[in-house]
Ligand binder design. Structure first.
Ligand SMILES: Cc1cc2nc3c(=O)[nH]c(=O)nc-3n(C[C@H](O)[C@H](O)[C@H](O)COP(=O)(O)OP(=O)(O)OC[C@H]3O[C@@H](n4cnc5c(N)ncnc54)[C@H](O)[C@@H]3O)c2cc1C
Length: 457
């Protein structure tokens, strides 16, 4: 093997593992250094007392054919589980009532979720011009201008909470929702743009996030990282926390601690896939500006609460993906996913399981409150909304102190600097979910982009 081909990847989350997988197939000698004892990063599946639950992502969207290809190559087809058709129905809470989000023009006209005024306001959308300062516009400003305030409050606000656990007033429309921004930039509006871009996408065999199929695995989301890690075998070194990276005459020296022992490894290229605030530590001796940009990427906390009940205790029909809560409704949590409705094998047929999300950029104070008090409050609200009479038969939670990076206004400056740093330091790539999108689909697409960049060099 040509020593030029030696690559070290820091982090065995889905970004690092997919990149390692693709590069290995191209003949590179790839080593992955992972701090923890298992792969997956934010992807964590646990099986306990007959319940299967995901503490991080519960599902992903098949937005690129590469996902199906990897699943097939790893022989995981019979493990794959697509979401039940019930999952197409999503509820929004308004005045303590759950309303299905309208998914077609007739449903939109008939829905009680939006007032008649809000519906008429939508008709004005094609006549609204482009914004002048898109770079620095929040998704809230963008939507208010194009679609009106009620649409922002009862569609976009809960949607943003569901995807980013984020705040629409802070998230940059260009960085966090590039496709939406592009519809205005390229086609002049959302309605015209959606129709035209569907036609163009069909030609490219790409799927939009709205039409891509939702999937998980019979044994939970961890199946994919576990399987890629098995394929890579001893090339994934666990319990290895990278502390620093030094430039050598040819290539780099990666310094890490393995089970308390200092160690190092040399390579020609290094791909960092750790969260931005950890990359800031690893690269702190390289460049003050890089450290500052990395530190400024905001990761709010999220508490994931998992609840299971007897089906006979639940009056709310279990016929949907779950529900999201607009900030205006002033509840203690962001929404819930009805996990056992969507995927098989989550529990037995007499029980139903739910995953609730609490905090995020809407309520970062959850970091400072007593978790038991918070959980009790959330549980009571949830049981009231769902019309549940009995106690949970199982309950557990995971607190993520730094959950999901926020592509906030000004993010564009970080992005520009990350690009500049990579140009000035050939052989170093900054990757991970704070670049190119937070979804699992985006992390996988990004791994493909990086692989092409390296193989073309
Ligand atoms: C609660 C939650 C729910 C989510 N829900 C969804 C969802 O439904 N659908 C979806 O598509 N996405 C979802 N996401 C987002 C998605 O899961 C993540 O964006 C994605 O998994 C990130 O992958 P990554 O590899 O970029 O980073 P990470 O998963 O963070 O991986 C980074 C890895 O680096 C390791 N590491 C850290 N420091 C070091 C070090 N110094 N040395 C070596 N290794 C180190 C970590 O241990 C970790 O394994 C969710 C995220 C969270 C937190």
């Amino acid at each position: 093997m040509d020593s030029k081909n030696k690559i070290v990847i820091v982090g065995a989350g889905i970004s690092g593992l997919t990149t390692a997988y693709l590069l290995r197939k191209e003949g590179f000698d790839v080593t992955v250094l992972e701090k923890k004892k298992e792969p997956g990063g934010s992807i964590e599946t646990v099986i306990e007392k007959g319940f299967l639950f995901d503490r991080g992502p519960n599902s992903a969207l098949e937005t690129t054919p590469l996902i199906g290809q990897i699943v097939e190559e790893l022989g995981l087809q019979d493990q794959l589980a697509y979401a039940n058709k019930e999952a197409n129905k999503r509820y929004i809470l308004r005045n303590n009532q759950l309303y299905p989000l309208p998914m077609s023009p007739p449903a939109f006209i008939g829905t009680k979720l939006f007032s008649a005024k809000a519906k008429f306001r939508l008709l004005a959308e094609p006549f609204i011009g482009r914004s002048q300062d898109g770079y620095y516009q929040s998704i809230a400003e963008f939507v208010k201008r194009r679609l009106g305030k009620e649409f922002l409050d009862y569609a976009i606000n809960p949607f943003v909470a569901g995807v980013y656990a984020g705040n629409p007033e802070d998230l940059s429309v260009k960085s966090a929702f590039p496709k939406l921004y592009e519809l205005e930039e390229k086609y002049g509006g959302l309605i015209v743009g959606t129709i035209r871009s569907i036609k163009e996408r069909k030609k490219r065999t790409e799927k939009s996030k709205q039409s891509a199929k939702m999937f998980s695995f019979k044994n939970g989301m961890l199946t994919l990282p576990n399987s890629i890690a098995s394929y890579l075998g001893e090339k994934v070194i666990f319990f290895s926390e990278v502390k620093s990276i030094a430039k050598k005459e040819k290539g780099f020296q990666i310094n890490y601690e393995n089970a308390g022992q200092r160690n190092s490894i040399e390579c020609n290229s290094v791909i960092s896939t750790v969260p931005a605030y950890i990359a800031a530590e690893i690269f702190k001796d390289w460049d003050e500006r890089l450290t500052k940009h990395l530190q400024e990427v905001y990761y709010p906390p999220v508490l994931v609460l998992y609840l299971a009940y007897k089906k006979s205790d639940i009056k709310q029909p279990l016929d949907g993906f779950g529900f999201l809560i607009p900030a205006k409704e002033r509840k203690s949590f962001l929404g819930s996913i009805w996990s056992s409705v969507i995927f098989p094998n989550r529990t037995d047929e007499n029980k139903a399981t739910f995953t609730l999300f609490v905090g995020g950029a809407r309520d970062p104070e959850i970091g400072n409150v007593d978790k038991d008090i918070l959980i009790n409050k959330v549980r009571k609200e949830f049981e009231q909304i769902m019309n549940i009479s009995g106690e949970p038969v199982f309950q557990t939670y995971k607190y993520w102190s730094n959950a999901i990076p926020q592509y906030n206004i000004g993010y564009i400056e970080h992005e520009k600097y990350f690009d500049e740093f990579e140009r000035n330091n050939p052989g170093i790539i900054l990757s991970g979910n704070y670049r190119g999108g937070i979804s699992i689909g985006d992390c996988i697409k990004n791994a493909e982009v990086i692989t092409k960049k390296i193989t073309n060099n």
